[in-house]
Design a protein around this ligand. Structure first.
Ligand code: MV4
Length: 445
């Protein structure tokens, strides 16, 4: 087992990793930017190294500074958390070359899923359902028109280097193809330095349901059931839950098997997530695979009663997994508490938390790095923390969530709590009647 892990991240996920390391008897090294010198991840780690200025490119994305911090502290592994360098194949490669274990998949696995056309072709070969569409890049406007006519409108254009929604264009009729093709290409080139675009059928009003998987270094892969992440706004998830209210035992078996096929196709090692679009007829299609631990991993931890970070570290150290799948025994919901003003288009609201009272009690978990007097810096994402509730039924988990949200007191910054309070009382949400378009028509009172 590792003796000392450097956590190349900040905020709640850095704290989350430190907590598990402490339980496992592993020493921890925090890295931090000058903007984060008073952060809890710095205080709770055994050692801490300042790696630069506030801007991410000068600190949490600066590979040479992070590697230097690992070397001077004699860390034998690096946990990347999510975001920042978590899916950076070059970083994983440099770790390997430096003899420091990257706690995650290999660079080849990251690359196999990082390019979306490659990933889709790999999935087709593995027998995982994908959205019908063009196999390869769009070569020209004419090619796009011809492909769309074959696929049938509506179609969607996506960047092969994209993911998470950037550079996508939905096209409903031929006369809009040219403009969509040009803007998608320009946007992809600007965002990803790769202007490759592909096309597939646009699935209307889909749900976003993802399957948590784990694979070890010996070729064993298992799934840990699903999370429903359909409550999103501009590709930012706000609420996640497990099990999905749309799930059936039969669909879970089929999606679980497909997710295992997806991960096995790239000999996946570590914990990861296979994202699917699910239409109203319960047809499901591979969307992308996230080769990292995700923000919403906690809802899975609560329903299968399993520490995913511990498993991730053990797998990186060469531990064999049982190969058995895990099924939800409870219902868990997670609300992301962000320093944003839900009444002003979710505009970021950084600043000092002057008063803080955190909810507790039966069935309540709070994963957060903030405290009274903490200043949320404007340089990073605006997450204050995650509020997770767990109960025997979905209805009880929602009621516990409403109660816990009501107890939360955060003064000094605006938060997404008023949004979540209203959502927990929304009849469509409560009855499980929602998809990824739900928030487009949600009006905050
Ligand atoms: C789609 C789609 C409909 N049809 N692909 C958005 C993020 C990126 N990973 C893929 N996305 C979508 N791909 C086809 N063929 C709809 C979306 C989509 C979406 C997906 C999941 C959650 C929220 C979403 C919001 C808008 C669009």
């Amino acid at each position: 087992m590792f003796k000392k892990i450097l956590i190349a991240n900040r905020g709640e996920i850095a704290l989350r990793v430190i907590r598990t390391c402490r339980e496992m008897g592993i020493k921890t090294v925090a890295v931090y930017s000058t903007a984060d010198k008073d952060s809890l991840h710095v205080k709770f780690a055994d050692e801490a190294v300042c790696i630069g200025k506030p801007a991410s490119v000068d600190s949490y994305l600066n590979i040479p500074f992070i590697m230097a911090a690992a070397e001077i502290t004699n860390a034998d592994a690096i946990h990347p958390g999510y975001g920042f360098l978590a899916e950076n194949a070059k970083f994983a490669q440099i770790c390997a070359e430096s003899g420091i274990k990257f706690i995650g998949p290999t660079p080849d696995m990251i690359n196999a899923m990082g390019d979306k056309i490659t990933a889709k072709q790999t999935m087709i070969a593995a027998g995982v359902p994908v959205v019908p569409g063009l196999d390869g890049l769009l070569e020209s406007v004419e090619h796009a028109k011809k492909s769309a006519a074959e696929i049938g409108y509506p179609v969607i254009m996506k960047a092969t280097a994209g993911g998470g929604g950037k550079g996508m264009r939905v096209v409903w009729k031929e006369e809009d193809i040219e403009k969509a093709f040009e803007t998608a290409k320009t946007e992809a080139a600007a965002s990803f330095k790769n202007d490759g675009i592909y096309m597939e059928k646009f699935v209307e009003e889909p749900r976003h349901i993802e399957i948590q998987v784990a694979g070890d270094q010996f070729g064993n892969v298992c799934h840990l059931s699903e999370r429903d992440c359909s409550i999103q706004r501009r590709h930012q998830k706000l609420v996640e839950e497990s099990p999905s209210p749309f799930m059936t035992n039969e669909l879970r078996e089929r999606m679980g098997e497909a997710a295992i096929k997806a991960a096995s196709a790239i000999n996946y090692e570590s914990v990861g997530t296979v994202e699917f679009l699910v239409d109203k007829h319960r047809n499901f299609y591979f969307m992308e695979m996230n080769t990292r631990i995700q923000v919403e991993h906690c809802v899975t931890e609560e329903v299968v009663n399993f520490d995913l970070i511990k498993e991730q570290i053990k797998i990186a150290a060469g531990h064999k997994i049982s190969g058995q799948n895990y099924y939800p025994m409870m219902h868990a919901i997670e609300c992301r508490i962000n320093a944003e003003d839900p009444y002003a288009d979710f505009r970021p609201s950084p600043g000092k938390i002057t008063v803080l009272h955190t909810p507790g009690g039966h069935g309540v978990r709070v994963d957060s790095h903030v405290y009274a007097g903490y200043v949320i810096p404007p340089y990073y994402d605006s997450m204050i923390g995650k509020l997770i509730t767990v109960a025997q039924t979905r209805e009880e988990a929602i009621d516990t969530m409403y109660r816990a949200l009501s107890e939360y007191v955060i003064e000094g910054v605006k938060t997404t709590i008023p949004f979540h309070l209203q959502l927990m009382k929304n009849e469509d949400f409560r009855s499980g009647n929602f998809n990824t378009k739900f928030l487009e028509s949600f009006v905050l009172k």
